[in-house]
Design a protein around this ligand. Sequence first.
Ligand code: ATP
Length: 222
Amino acid sequence: MLEIRQLQAFYGPAQALFGVDLQLQAGQLLVLQGLNGAGKSTLLKAVMGLEVSSHGQLLLGGPGPASAQDISGWPTHRRASAGLGYVAEDRRLFGELTVLENLQVAGGRGSASRLDWVLERFGLLKPMLKRPAALMSGGEQQMLALARTLMTRPRLLLLDEPCEGISPVLVQAMVQVLLDLRREGLGLLVAEQNRELAQAADQVLELVAGTVRGRRSGAAPT
Ligand code: ATP
């Protein structure tokens, strides 16, 4: 569903990615690992068309049998319409809006039925629909950020450290949600140091200083 060929990324004159290749199929989880500054966030931003300038091919397969398209020249909103959903490390929620409002503003057309779909998968959010997002714990906010992105019906999720800085119980819940989404056929490209997620991944890529240093594949889906 996504093939990245020779991706290079730049912040002004500073190069952050040096020719990254990867392939991700629908219903697969790929975990990106690497130390701080290795380029994990940059890779996700380059795929989404945010903040960095990049070179290389980004081939996105359609939902049907249509052949893949190179989205590398597309603006971010067009990539989102084509099925990419991105959750940034800092979550970017509307703190003064309630949980429900945060979900509704993302929803657009057909959002009532989608809201049911999302809340079925995020039972934890149901009792707090009227709470302002700013009054949730970090982990609950992370769940809401993911739930909000799912309101846009993405086929491929790009997640930046979804388990970082959240309580162990919520890490478990987050891992479970991600594995459920994989089972439902979404592609997941996740920058994450959490071991449990890496153990369940179909592929793990290790980035070192903007290049792929290690690749491992083959964990059985759970
Ligand atoms: P972290 O876990 O700390 O987020 P990361 O693996 O996601 O690390 P990136 O944030 O992608 O790493 O950073 C890759 C490189 O790009 C680093 O050298 C970083 O200093 C640089 N960089 C990141 N954001 C910017 C920016 N906005 N302007 C200039 N350089 C940046």
